[in-house]
Design a protein around this ligand. Structure first.
Ligand code: CUA
Length: 185
């Protein structure tokens, strides 16, 4: 048996390496272009808000105290929703939002890591104790949407969900205190 000359051997190794690098390069390019594509066309981005909050005291005062939870319309017309994700419920259980207007959603957790998505929208985030999870969105359809917890958080995880009530602009009327609750039906 004759051995191939060492240079030929080297060339074959180099060829295989280049082939694999090309394949991996194509995969990375495909993944990156998918991320850029969904970011530009569908507003799907990883949440990037870094804001700390003390999980032990967030319910006592400040924006996540009980009386401040839910939907608030600011003096400038901006809509902000504050929700606590806790074992095993969202507070409040129903969230009222307007159709076709920018909405800022803010979430905090006092106990363990939760996650959530709102079906049919670009809202999808983790809620990690110690941080405020913030998502901006605009709801393009009226009606009720399901908001389940999507991070296993304990035995009651599968029963942890809330309703997002997307109201026609005419029905979305803040009270004296600038707050909006879900319509009772
Ligand atoms: Cu909260 Cu799963």
């Amino acid at each position: 048996m004759t051995q191939p000359p060492p240079e030929a051997h080297e060339r074959r190794i180099l060829g295989t390496e280049l082939l694999w690098s090309f394949g991996v390069g194509v995969l990375i390019a495909a993944t990156l272009s998918m991320i850029v594509f969904t970011a530009l066309t569908r507003d799907i981005n990883p949440p990037s808000n870094v804001e700390r909050i003390d999980p032990k005291t967030l319910h006592l005062s400040g924006e996540f105290a009980e009386q401040n939870l839910g939907t608030t319309v600011g003096a400038d017309g901006s809509v902000t929703v504050r929700v606590i994700a806790t074992q095993f419920m969202f507070v409040p259980r129903c969230i009222a939002v307007p159709h076709g207007r920018p909405v800022t959603l803010r979430f905090a957790a006092p106990d363990v890591i939760h996650g959530l998505l709102i079906t049919g929208t670009n809202v999808n985030t983790m809620v990690i104790p110690g941080f405020v999870a913030q998502v901006h969105t605009e709801f393009t359809r009226t009606g009720d949407l399901l908001m389940p917890c999507h991070e296993y958080c304990g035995l009651g995880h599968s029963g942890m969900w809330a309703t997002v009530q997307v109201m026609p602009e005419g029905d979305f009327k803040p009270g004296q205190d600038g707050r909006v609750s879900c319509a009772q039906r």
